[in-house]
Design a binder for this molecule. Structure first.
Ligand code: BDR
Ligand code: CA
Length: 318
């Protein structure tokens, strides 16, 4: 018997790596993409929502609703990341006018509508930005929110930071939301920087993208060229880490990951550590585990998965 595709809602803030997460989800036969929801993060809500529609247009993703969500964090002003993603949030490619419409529903309501409609325990939420939309959905209707099968988040880190020495961007932007979502009771898998830094967009990956010769390949190659340049400037990293697709890959095939269950607490106030995900690797707190933390990934199998998905795009409408 073949396993049915995993139903997911991708909640994102595109963003160069979010764009590749959308492509991986849409191009993989192991995923049924029920919705793309957006949240203020890498850029303003308006910009990241336009970017989601742009990526969908190039990739022929037409039947999937794209809904805009929360413009900013629960309790603090939005901080964006133009130094990595540019002024549009998706600099580096010359996009055509998007022909994928914006759904006339708020992302939070769409998430709850889908969770209420699909059988309980069948929909996985895959957030690759700040957790604001999920926290608001949880607050609005906790019963329906808890029908989610799992939350697979790209965010946080085990002992690393990229905004401050202690905090990863998605956790740092809305730590109050992250704290609420970790406490929701829905099983949660965390893909932090310690994991995503294992997946590098190397010169050979960039060349392979360019050589695809399709509109999707050109878009991905242009985006990764810009992203590489910005990572070099900001972090002096030769080959940038590809964060967000890791969370989608986990839904597709978790056998390419090694994980460890542990207690993760989100710091909301620390003088030097606001937004830090405090990971109790050795169980020293004695508090119950609340997350499955991805520790290692098989990088070769990840790229096989990614290129297979990209080759299936654009989706041809029948
Ligand atoms: C995360 O921050 C964003 O800039 C990326 O899209 C990714 O989700 C990495 O820290
Ligand atoms: Ca992101």
């Amino acid at each position: 018997m073949t396993t049915p595709p995993a139903k997911i809602i991708l909640d994102c803030d595109p963003g160069h790596d979010d764009a590749l997460a959308i492509l991986l989800a849409a191009g993989s036969p192991a995923v049924e993409l029920l919705a793309i929801t957006t949240v203020g993060g890498n850029q303003t809500l308006e910009k990241v929502t336009l970017n989601a529609r742009r990526v969908c247009t190039v990739a022929g993703i037409r039947g999937v609703p794209v809904a805009a969500g929360c413009a900013g964090p629960l309790a603090r002003p939005l901080e964006t990341a133009p130094e990595i993603h540019g002024e549009t949030g998706l600099d580096g490619h010359d996009f055509p006018e998007p022909d994928v419409p914006l759904a006339g529903v708020h992302a939070v309501d769409l998430i709850l509508e889908i969770l209420g409609r699909e059988p309980a325990g069948t929909v996985t939420l895959v957030p690759t930005g700040p957790l604001t939309n999920l926290a608001v959905a949880l607050r609005k209707d906790p019963h329906t929110f808890r029908r989610a099968r799992e939350i697979v988040w790209m965010g946080g880190a085990l002992g690393l930071g990229n905004v401050t020495p202690a905090a990863e961007f998605n956790a740092y932007v809305d730590p109050e939301a992250a704290r609420a979502v970790f406490a929701s009771g829905v099983p949660l898998a965390m893909h932090g920087l310690h994991l995503t830094h294992q997946v590098r967009v190397t010169e050979s990956v960039r060349r392979r993208l360019r050589e695809m010769g399709t509109p999707v390949g050109r878009m991905a190659a242009d985006l990764m060229a810009f992203y590489t340049e910005r990572y070099r400037r900001r972090f002096e990293m030769g080959d940038p880490p590809l964060h967000d697709p890791c969370a989608v890959a986990f839904v597709i095939d978790r056998s390419i990951f090694r994980t460890q269950r542990m207690r993760v607490d989100v710091e909301t106030r620390g003088e030097f550590t606001a937004g830090m995900t405090v990971c109790d690797v050795h169980g020293v707190t004695g508090r119950p585990a609340n997350a499955e933390v991805a520790m290692e990934i098989d990088v070769v199998r990840f790229w096989d998965m990614m290129f297979l998905a990209l080759a299936a795009l654009p989706i041809q409408s029948s």
